[in-house]
Design a protein around this ligand. Structure first.
Ligand code: NIG
Ligand code: FE
Length: 393
């Protein structure tokens, strides 16, 4: 088994050691054995031996690999024209999803796989080591099944999102579509999925439809997640809490009752500032959520319509600049917060027994992720104990 000692880490964010949530250590070292963290401590206490490969961080910062708990990466087509129109005033509408559905249905498995793998490579290169991927651009039994199957080739965190929108061919038979989502389509996707999601929003699915769909998934062991309160106030957040969803995502329009419900629950509020950036919507108020005691995660929502970016450093910079988060909170939310949104305790932290997923920054502190927006600060990405671009030995 390969063992690597990363030493001379100027600032190590563990999200685990000590009382502060970031668990920050100065002048630290991390020992990796195989695909796990074996030891974390002061560089002065590390015991380098001849058996160990040494990686000298030369004072740089190391953080856990990013956990992107919300993406829609399996699709074909391009909607740059919609983005361009939005930048001159056309509002975002959920109906654009149907364009991607048409392009995705027309694409072969091979084309979808090639595009997906290119996006996954882009994701990893930017420091994301755990990735959730949703279906939702197929919307037939066969197409949702193949999107779930392709997603499962690259991540264990697959979400069945047959309830993304009602496809055009069912527009005057929406009850029949909900039946399909709850029955045949669900059964086809269950073998590849861990989660079930629904877009609970005006123009997509009502709270009653969403409740039925999530309950059907739960019968098959899928854990609920919800897209809610993205385009306006609504029932998505309260439904997510009622269903004990792992996460409710977007949370752009919240009232006091939504926040109180979240604070009294174990449902994570996942904020997706790439969407507000790309749709010219107001940013969600992360400060209000955190001050109320809600657990907040940050994710990219990478998709061709509302947020075509896979950059977690960009999410951190936006959260700090526009949403009232401190740099420490934003980095926590993009790592440990995402892990909680996926109910994982082996990622998002740098702690003995956890997965050896970490990122060395070309910077002395994590603050640089917000302080130097747009600069590629991810120097080395280690996933499952192996540096990106390096073969497992
Ligand atoms: O999370 N809100 C619903 N789904 C995506 C948008 C998908 C699209 O526009 O293609 C989202 O923003
Ligand atoms: Fe989404």
């Amino acid at each position: 088994m390969t063992a690597t000692l990363i030493t001379n880490i100027g600032e190590l964010t563990t999200n685990a050691e000590g009382d502060d949530p970031t668990g920050t250590l100065q002048d630290a070292a991390v020992l990796i054995e195989g695909d796990r963290i074996a030891w974390v401590g002061a560089a002065a206490d590390a015991r380098p031996s001849g058996q160990l490969r040494i990686l000298d961080a030369e004072g740089r910062a190391v953080i856990p690999g990013f956990v992107d708990s919300h993406t829609h990466l399996v699709f074909a087509g391009d909607r740059a024209d919609e983005f361009e129109a939005r930048m001159t005033g056309t509002p975002y509408a959920a109906g654009g999803i149907r364009r991607t559905v048409a392009a995705t249905r027309a694409a072969s498995d091979e084309e979808l796989r090639r595009r997906l793998r290119a996006l996954v490579a882009e994701v990893h290169a930017q420091g994301t080591t755990t990735l959730e991927i949703k279906t939702g651009y197929g919307l037939t039994v066969a197409d949702e099944e193949r999107l779930a199957r392709l997603a499962a080739e690259v991540t264990p965190e697959v979400t069945y999102l047959g309830a993304h929108v009602v496809p055009a061919e069912y527009s005057d038979r929406r009850d029949e579509y909900v039946d399909l989502v709850c029955d045949q389509m669900l059964r086809a996707c269950v073998p590849f999925s861990r989660w079930i999601d629904v877009f609970c929003e005006r123009g997509a699915f009502t709270a009653a439809e969403s409740r039925r769909i999530l309950a059907a998934g739960a019968v098959h062991g899928l854990i609920p997640r919800v897209h809610g309160n993205q385009l306006g106030p609504g029932e998505g957040v309260r439904l997510a809490v009622e269903m004990d969803a792992a996460s409710v995502d977007h949370c752009t329009y919240l009232d006091d009752d939504d926040i109180a419900a979240l604070a009294g629950s174990r449902t994570v509020a996942t904020l997706l500032p790439g969407v507000e950036f790309s749709t010219r919507q107001p940013y969600p108020d992360a400060r209000r959520l955190i001050d109320a005691g809600v657990t907040v995660a940050l994710a990219s929502d990478c998709n061709p319509g509302s947020s075509f970016t896979s950059s977690m450093p960009l999410m951190i910079a936006l959260a700090v600049r526009e949403m009232g988060m401190t740099p420490a909170e934003a980095v926590w939310s993009a790592t440990a917060g995402g892990a909680q949104a996926l109910r994982r305790d082996d990622v998002g932290v740098i702690a003995p027994g956890g997965r050896a997923d970490l990122v060395m920054l070309e910077a002395p502190t994590r603050v640089h992720l917000a302080y130097r927006p747009g600069v590629p600060l991810v120097r080395t990405v280690i996933k499952d104990g192996v540096a990106l671009g390096e073969a497992r030995s």
